[in-house]
Design a binder for this molecule. Structure first.
Ligand code: DON
Length: 307
């Protein structure tokens, strides 16, 4: 294998002069306070080696990356019947768009846009009080990363609860189409807490390692999902993980990946490694600007593109 630490160091050298590019998410007041001049990256290989650079040990709000973990839980609960509630096609529209919902009977295009993720959260909540569903997700992520120190940032969750009008609209719309079983406030309470999971690059790369390793985490020995399910989750990340920037990310990076408005991107080199990168400045479609640049450099310097 290439000298991954040397590659990470070279990426860091190239990125450093640009650190601060992009615009932090300001529609969630608590995220608007984050200093954009930060960059960290971690690679965890399927043989258990960890490589890191920059601010890889600073915890950040993983936001929409949590949708991958919630999707994994929902598929574990209801299997393929999940797809009655949510589609599997790229949306070509913004992560918080409402336009397709009306034309498509309240069935969101995919599990990674906000509407789809809210429906997925509703599925995971079946038989649980909201607090228990949040607990289940937190336990799951801690188990995946083998790290009990992972927490949810209540301030971020509260900040979004106070300002998440669009998500309230999306959830009410789906409820009107009977595509939410639980009260809107309960589902959004869970959804805002899942988005407020606070993790550093290393914790995130470890938590997602099962997706790079045919469904099992080689560091913990835990079998999480079948190889087929891991492949399918990766397919969804590749086609839908960056919203209306998914085609561009596939074109430039060529790896399944999921972004969040906290500035994190989780990516998978199947059979090789999981990668987490964080830099809070976002591009126009709400994905980490330098995170995507760094992943493009990584894919070019390692040859890890799936294409
Ligand atoms: O629901 C929201 O708008 C945020 N909690 C998450 C959005 C997000 O991370 C989109 N990612 N780029």
């Amino acid at each position: 294998m290439a000298d991954l630490q040397a590659i990470l160091d070279s990426i860091y050298t190239d990125i450093l002069p640009r650190v601060g590019e992009g615009k932090v998410a300001d529609y969630i007041p608590e995220l608007a306070k984050i200093d954009p001049r930060q960059f960290g990256m971690t690679i965890v290989t399927v043989d258990g080696k960890v490589y890191r650079v920059g601010d890889a040990d600073i915890a950040f709000s993983i936001q929409s990356i949590s949708k991958v973990f919630m999707l994994t839980l929902a598929l574990g609960k209801v299997g393929e019947s999940l797809w009655k509630r949510v589609g599997r096609e790229p949306s070509g529209s913004a992560f918080n768009s409402i336009v397709q919902l009306e034309h498509e009977s309240g069935i969101p295009r995919n599990p990674f846009i906000n509407a789809g993720a809210i429906a997925v959260t509703d599925v995971v909540m079946a038989g649980h009080a909201p607090r228990e569903a949040i607990g289940e997700l937190l336990r799951f992520v801690r188990y995946l990363a083998d790290d009990e120190s992972i927490t949810i940032d209540d301030k971020v969750a509260r900040s979004e609860t106070q300002t998440g009008y669009r998500n309230v609209a999306l959830a009410n719309f789906m409820r009107a189409y009977r595509n939410l079983d639980h009260p809107v406030e309960h589902v959004l309470g869970v959804y805002f807490h899942q988005c407020a999971l606070s993790m550093n690059c290393e914790q995130l790369a470890r938590a997602g390692l099962f997706l790079a390793a045919r469904g099992s985490n080689p560091m913990t020995g835990h079998s999480v999902v079948s190889p087929k399910r891991a492949r399918r989750i990766n397919a969804l990340m590749l086609t839908c993980g960056h919203y209306d920037g998914s085609g561009d990310f596939a074109y430039h990076v060529g790896l399944p990946g999921k972004s969040g408005v906290g500035g994190g991107i989780f990516a998978v080199a199947p059979g090789i490694a999981s990668i987490a990168v964080w830099s809070p400045g976002l591009n126009k479609v709400g994905n980490s600007q330098l995170g995507a640049v760094a992943l493009e450099m990584l894919a070019a310097r390692t040859g890890w593109s799936v294409f």
